[in-house]
Design a protein around this ligand. Sequence first.
Ligand code: 2P0
Length: 328
Amino acid sequence: MTTLSNNSAKAQAHTNIALIKYWGKKDEQLIIPYTSSLSLTLDRFYTQTTVRFNSDNDRDSVQINGQFISGKAWQRVHDFLTIVRDLAGIHLAAEVSSTNFVPTAAGLASSASAFAALAAAASKAAGLKLSKTDLSRLARRGSGSACRSIFGGFVEWQRGTSDADSYAQPLSQVGLNDVKVIALTTESGPKPISSRQGMNRSVATSPYYPTWIKVAQHDLIDIKVAIAAGDFTKFGSISELNAMRMHALTLSADPDFTYFNSETLAIMNEVKRLRHAGIECYYTIDAGPNVKVIVQSANATKIADTFTKLLGQNRVTTLSAGPGVHYL
Ligand code: 2P0
C-alpha cells in the first residue's frame, strides 16, 4: 500500500470566457483540439475543491455543492482521478468535495473551473509537484477549456499535436488592461445538447468545419495583435465575430441545433442598439443561452444598468480579469 505523508489538498480555480472559441476535438481521448483558443479568466465565478486520498475507502466519493453525485458525472471525475493516480503511482480511493461560487441565478457553473481546481487539488494530494504547464496538460484531460483556467488574465491554449504540447499559457504581450465582462443569465431550460456532443456533431457534419479551422487561426492572430496594442474596438469586434462563427457550426450541423433562445437574440439586439448609440460593447456566447457583454470600465455601470432594467438584478453580474489556480 502506498502511503502519502500529506494526502489532502484544497485548490481554487476561476472560470474563463473564450474570446476565440474552442469547438472541436482532433483527439477525443486526449482532448487535443483542432484549433487554438484564447480566453480571459474571470474574478467572481470560481470553484473550490478539496481532494483527500484515503486508504479506508475502496471507491471514489464525489460531492458537489454538498450533494453526492453518481452516474456519468461521477464516472467523469473517477476517470480523471485515475489519470492522476497513474501519474503518481498510487492506488488509493479519493474523497472529493467541490463548491461552485457563482451567482444564485443558474446556468453559469463551469467545467473549466471545476477541472482546473480538481487537477490542482488531486495532483498535490497525490504527492505530485506539477509545473503550471503540466497542470494545464492534466486539466485538459478533464475538460478542454479547463487547461486555460490554470492561468489568470488573458490565456492562449496552443492546440499542439499531442498530449505533450497541447496546453495553455498566459499571453506575454498585453496592452489591453481595461476589460470588463457583464454576464447575463437568460431563462434557461435544459441544455439541448452538451458542448461535448455539440462540438462532435459540428466536426462530423458541418460543411463549414474546415473553413472554421482556417478562420479561427486568423481570428487568433488578429486578436493577439489587438490585445498587445490595447485596441479595445478591434478586440471586441473580433470576439463577437468569432463567437458567431462558432455558432454557425451548430446551425449548419446535421441535425442542426442552436444554443440561443429568444432572450439571447433580444440581448444581442440590445448590444447592437447600444453600440449604434455610441456606447461601445460587444457580445460573446458559449454553449448555452447566456450572453457575456464585453465592455470597458467607463461604460460598465451604464450598460449593466440597462440590462438590469431588462432582466432584473440577480441576472446581471459584472466581472473583471481573475487569477489563475491557487492552493488554499
Ligand atoms: C470554449 N466552450 O472555448 C468553448 C466555447 C464552449 C463554447 O470549451 O468536451 O466543456 O470538456 O473539452 O471545455 C466548452 O467545452 O468541452 C467549451 P470538453 P468543454 O470555452
